[in-house]
Design a protein around this ligand. Structure first.
Ligand code: F6P
Length: 319
């Protein structure tokens, strides 16, 4: 293999640039040509390729977003689109592809492998919802962004003795909510993986009231439902005003934390080694702080579960 390609796909996450840098520089270290594909699978189909050298990835390790851009691609869902993508890769004499993204992007990568083209996935999403890996690139930064903002909300919540309901991202997963909730001492954390009782939330607020704690933070993972509606239901039960903040896409941007930069660097470099070792149809993972890998199929057969011990601990400590 003399030439490999790298792309980013799906929702971006802080640290993707550090992963691109690692793929390019580890590839160059092994004497490979590295090509950057722009706008994910769209660029793969359209042949939107950039030749990358050591300088192309200079000064990006600290930057959020992705220099290769990201997109969702309808055409890639069709067999014709995928065949076009493989043809393009072969015409450019590319021997392997690193896909940095979430599970949807990995399913796309699997289609390429099924057509005989070697791909390796690097998990990049703020949601931390990819089975088989303890962490995904961008999750740590998103949690830090969330808590920095919730700290600000806490200041004003405390001044005005109010309850705030804060919605954090996580389409189907409660990881950001769990970590931010424990780190911020939230009274209640609502995640899609655990049912919640409105009466329990209200009881916790009342308990706080009884010990003269007038402000409260309730964290809601996006996957549970609208924080605005939950805020309304709480207001109806308590008869008291509250305020709702939806943190939204600010959690997807910003300079990656040291953890995400290191994770992205380790994972990107591992992806290149796997391609060179003749591996394909696999994703890189981190487990117990060791970089490892597993077949996409094994990962897809598993179900992501957040660490529920964090949920239990947060519930005890927020009393
Ligand atoms: O998958 C990451 C994520 O940020 C989710 O938390 C969120 O539900 C989704 O992407 C938002 O996607 P979009 O950028 O298309 O609105």
């Amino acid at each position: 293999m003399e030439r490999i390609a790298v792309l980013t796909s799906g929702g971006d996450s802080p640290g993707m640039n550090a992963a691109i840098r690692a793929v390019v520089r580890k590839g160059r270290h092994h004497g490979l040509d590295v090509v950057g594909v722009q706008r994910g699978y769209t660029g793969l189909i359209q042949g939107d390729y950039l030749s990358m050298n050591l300088g192309s990835v200079g000064d990006i390790i600290h930057r959020g977003g992705t220099i290769l851009r990201s997109a969702r691609c309808e055409e890639f869902r069709t067999p014709e689109g995928r065949e076009k993508a493989v043809l393009n890769l072969q015409q450019h004499e590319i021997g392997g592809l690193v896909v940095i993204g979430g599970d949807g992007s990995f399913r796309g990568a699997q289609h390429l492998t099924a057509l005989g083209f070697p791909t390796i996935g690097v998990p990049g999403t703020i949601d931390n919802d990819i089975p088989g890996t303890d962490f995904t690139i961008g999750f740590d930064t998103a949690v830090n962004t969330a808590i920095q903002n919730i700290d600000r909300i806490r200041d004003t919540a405390s001044s005005h003795e109010r309850t705030y309901i804060v919605e954090v991202m996580g389409r189907n997963a409660g990881d950001i909510a769990l970590w931010a909730g424990l780190a911020d001492g939230a009274e209640s954390i609502l995640i899609p993986e655990a049912p919640y009782e409105l009466d329990d939330i209200v009881e916790r607020l009342a308990r706080g009231d009884r010990r003269d704690k007038k402000h409260s933070i309730i964290i809601v993972a996006e996957g549970v439902g609208s924080a605005i509606e939950i805020g309304q239901m709480i207001k109806e039960k308590t008869g008291e005003e509250n305020r709702v903040t939806v943190l939204g896409h600010i959690q997807r941007g910003g300079s990656p934390t040291a953890f995400d930069r290191v994770l992205a660097s380790r994972m990107g470099a591992e992806a290149v080694d796997l391609l060179l070792a003749g591996e394909r149809d696999k994703m890189v993972a981190i487990r117990n702080n060791e970089i490892t890998s597993l077949p996409f199929d094994t990962a897809f057969a598993m179900q992501h579960q957040p660490d529920m011990s964090i949920y239990d601990l947060a519930s005890i400590l927020a009393i």
